[in-house]
Design a binder for this molecule. Structure first.
Ligand SMILES: Nc1ncnc2c1ncn2[C@@H]1O[C@H](COP(=O)(O)OP(=O)(O)OP(=O)(O)O)[C@@H](O)[C@H]1O
Length: 359
């Protein structure tokens, strides 16, 4: 699968532009703010029907315009396919494949697998556990629709249970039977979510470690650890044990919604003890592992978007990344950089056909 051409109308700062792509490596170079990342985001849009950077859809329409349209011509299994995503102010977003609108965008997710590596991934290290849960949930649910349904159901029951706890507190009352209905549902969904996350991470972590070792040239040891209260107790017993606390705090304090991933370098949290380059290497290894995992599961080589990834990495790590890319395990790659010379030098070393767009 590869993207042959993209046409953009009023997408963020891009008024009307189209690009014909190379099957292997495509680079966008130019100064800060010219719209390099926005082009990658438009490619992301065609796979996920949403922006990677701005979740408020309407803000992706160019200032002063009333709509945006992103059109992609793909070659999938030797066939030409057209994906169009558009949004008009005051209307619903439309996603079409070969002229036919999708009723549910979820049917499209996973069809054009894609992995993005961007400076925004730093949030995975610096922000709260919900960012890291979203990351693993995103990787798993691209391949496992039942998991996504369990997550949605769990979150719905969790909201209802929290509302009931608030009601009890406000009315100085308690109804164990009422609460037990939610507890039973949370136990069912939570246990399944935990089992799927655990099984996923058992496969994912070794792939991640292998990628990190390649990027860092075996320089340092890193770990990725799944932290879950369900590692020690069943979901049901966690809910029982935390009941008194939950009643006081008026929300559910235990369960898979508290799961986290611990990112470590030499047994210490990478957030506090990793250099910028080590943190960046860690995030790149995570995303390369995601790439590998999706590829194994779907048998399709995902598109890879590399947004500004060479900054802060020393030459040997950049070289290791090029070696990885040279491995032929990658398909089409899009790269952005502010230094056109650096980019050209790097992609030249890859021995793959490339095209450079100067913006
Ligand atoms: N809806 C919008 N309408 C107009 N401009 C927008 C809109 N959304 C974002 N922009 C602008 O797009 C510009 C380009 O952003 P982008 O992140 O693509 O730049 P870039 O070339 O990747 O820069 P850098 O090298 O700094 O990463 C920014 O100045 C931003 O303000």
């Amino acid at each position: 699968m590869y993207l042959k051409k993209i046409s953009l109308l009023n997408f963020k700062n891009l008024e009307a532009q189209s690009f014909d792509f190379q099957q292997k490596i495509n680079c966008f170079v130019g100064n800060n703010g010219v719209g390099k990342t926005n082009i990658l985001d438009a490619i992301y849009y065609l796979s996920f029907a949403k922006s990677y950077f701005n979740s408020v859809a309407i803000q992706n329409i160019r200032h002063g315009a009333s709509f945006f349209m992103v059109e992609g011509d793909y070659v999938i299994d030797h066939r030409n396919e057209k994906i169009v995503c558009s949004l008009k102010k005051g209307q619903k977003k439309v996603l079409k494949r070969n002229g036919k609108s999708y009723e549910k965008f979820s049917e499209h997710i996973g069809q054009l697998p894609l992995v993005i590596i961007s400076p925004a991934d730093r949030d995975l290290v610096t922000e709260g556990s919900d960012t890291r849960r979203k990351f693993i949930d995103g990787v798993i649910s691209q391949q496992n629709k039942n998991y996504l349904l369990d997550l949605l159901a769990y979150n719905k029951v969790l909201t209802q249970r929290n509302a009931l706890l608030k009601y009890f507190a406000a009315n100085r009352t308690f109804d164990a039977l009422n609460l037990s209905v939610y507890d039973a549902q949370l136990s069912e969904y939570g246990t399944r979510i935990y089992e799927v996350r655990k099984a996923f991470l058992e496969k994912f972590i070794p792939i991640f470690n292998e990628k990190y070792q390649v990027i860092s040239n075996d320089k340092e040891r890193v770990d990725l650890v799944y932290k879950s209260q369900l590692n020690d107790f069943s979901m049901n017993s966690l809910l029982q044990k935390s009941l008194e606390k939950d009643k006081i705090l008026q929300y559910t304090t235990a369960g898979t919604h508290k799961d986290d991933l611990s990112f470590e370098i030499g047994d210490y949290p990478i957030k506090k003890f990793g250099s910028q380059g080590q943190q960046k290497s860690y995030l790149i290894a995570l995303k390369f592992a995601q790439f590998e995992f999706i590829k194994q599961q779907s048998n399709v080589v995902p598109i890879l978007l590399l947004d500004d990834i060479f900054d802060k990495l020393d030459e040997s790590r950049v070289l290791q990344i090029i070696n990885l890319v040279n491995n032929d395990e990658f398909g089409q790659i899009f790269i952005t950089d502010t230094h056109s010379e650096r980019t050209e030098n790097i992609v030249k070393q890859s021995n793959k056909p490339y095209k450079i767009f100067k913006l």
